[in-house]
Design a binder for this molecule. Structure first.
Ligand SMILES: [Zn+2]
Length: 396
């Protein structure tokens, strides 16, 4: 069994102390953690350019933020994976096709899965006990028909609830929604695409009726119900319907693929958002992809849980900073990104950074560090690493 937490080691200072650390890792460790180099360089931007241009595979400031590793997504709260984890998972899945091997490989990563993915995995896990020699693909195909049925039932149940709420608004609205849901109930749900369309139309219908629904609470209730109509984003059954028939390896990797941490620009680049650490959030692929061009303000409005999750994310980052697990370049990250988040969310997204301990109490002194570190490298003479980027944890 593989424990992803143990495997992932973003601790630069511990790398610095390890004499056996591979050359590439040592080079990065020296550049990132050596406190002597940085103050001597004149401009922060020049300094960054010099430091990071030296490391071919960590040439982006984004990699600093990726080095947070297994922290919770500030948006949905799911624990995030690294690209390294994902490479390893794909490789491991490729070793053997049996259902038993798939369960054993994926099980340690269960806590990193989003709800529909985890639901699918748990069903598969139960099924595997009876069919250890079969495959993940066989499981998906075997369950497709019952999952279509389950999605249909879930839809009808939600329609009934929508009708109840609509009736209580006005008789006119009640009648309108009774008609709409009756039509939708007749539509097939053989594919996930069809389910998605029904959900989308229902959401649009509710929006169209907004002017006729005076009771704000009831309007929100209707929105929430329409939102919960099954798609692969919220239902394991819809997920099974969508991916049944595809190769085991693809769907196996898909259970975790969107849990990998990606760089989200707080202020979109299209609106002048800059490529700077204080404009980055590490966000899971799912949230990053789903948010698309929606403004942070609108997104937070629609996902109030983001306030709590952002605090959780920052608390985890702060703990890593306090423990000296991250590059000193990130010491001010929790405070620096606060401004961008506040601005982009029009004040609705903020968090507490009081847990961040003052640097001088936490960091080893210069003398401590220089004793432990090897001789600093000259910024203009890069020591090109021979190792492949994916072997380096922080480049994940
Ligand atoms: Zn997320």
């Amino acid at each position: 069994m593989i424990n992803p937490i143990i495997n992932f080691n973003p601790n630069f200072s511990s790398l610095a102390k390890t004499k056996q650390a591979p050359k590439a890792e040592q080079a990065v460790t020296n550049v990132l953690t050596n406190p002597i180099q940085r103050p001597k360089l004149p401009q922060p931007t020049t300094m960054m350019a010099l430091l990071y241009n030296n490391i071919s595979f960590t040439g982006k400031k984004e990699d600093l933020v990726r080095s947070f590793g297994h922290v919770s997504c500030p948006c949905c709260g799911t624990k995030m994976l690294t690209n390294n984890d994902m490479d390893k998972i794909k490789k491991d899945l490729g070793r053997e096709d049996s259902a038993q091997h798939y369960v054993n490989t994926l099980k340690p990563y269960e806590e990193f899965m989003h709800k529909p993915e985890k639901g699918t995995f748990n069903k598969f896990e139960a099924w595997e006990k009876e069919n250890p020699k079969s495959t993940f693909k066989a499981f998906m195909e075997e369950n497709r028909v019952s999952s279509i049925k389950a999605c249909k039932e879930s839809q009808l149940n939600t329609f009934a609830q929508i009708n109840e709420v609509a009736k209580s608004v006005t008789p006119e609205i009640g009648e309108k929604f009774a008609q709409l849901t009756e039509n939708y109930a007749k539509m097939p749900t053989e594919t996930e695409e069809a389910m998605k369309n029904i959900r989308k139309s229902m959401i649009a219908d509710i929006k169209d009726s907004k002017s006729k629904i005076e009771d704000e609470e009831k309007y929100k209730q209707l929105q929430k119900l329409a939102d919960s109509l099954p798609t692969s984003k919220n239902s394991a059954d819809a997920f099974i319907v969508k991916y049944a028939g595809q190769p085991s390896s693809k769907v196996g990797a898909r259970l975790l693929k969107l849990s990998v941490g990606t760089i989200e620009h707080v202020k979109p680049q299209a609106n002048g958002g800059r490529d700077r650490v204080e404009n980055y959030l590490l966000e899971c692929g799912e949230c990053n992809h789903t948010r698309g061009d929606v403004s942070l303000h609108d997104w937070v409005e629609a996902h109030p849980e983001m306030k709590e999750n952002t605090q959780k994310y920052m608390d985890e980052v702060i703990e890593k900073i306090n423990n000296g697990e991250l590059s000193p370049e990130l010491d001010n990250y929790p405070n620096a990104v606060k401004g961008a988040l506040k601005e982009q969310s029009k004040g609705s997204l903020t968090y507490d950074t009081s847990a961040l301990k003052p640097k001088e109490n936490q960091r080893p002194t210069k003398n401590d560090k220089s004793e432990k570190s090897e001789k600093p490298q000259k910024p203009n003479k890069p020591n090109k690493p021979h190792h492949k980027p994916h072997r380096l944890n922080i480049a994940a």
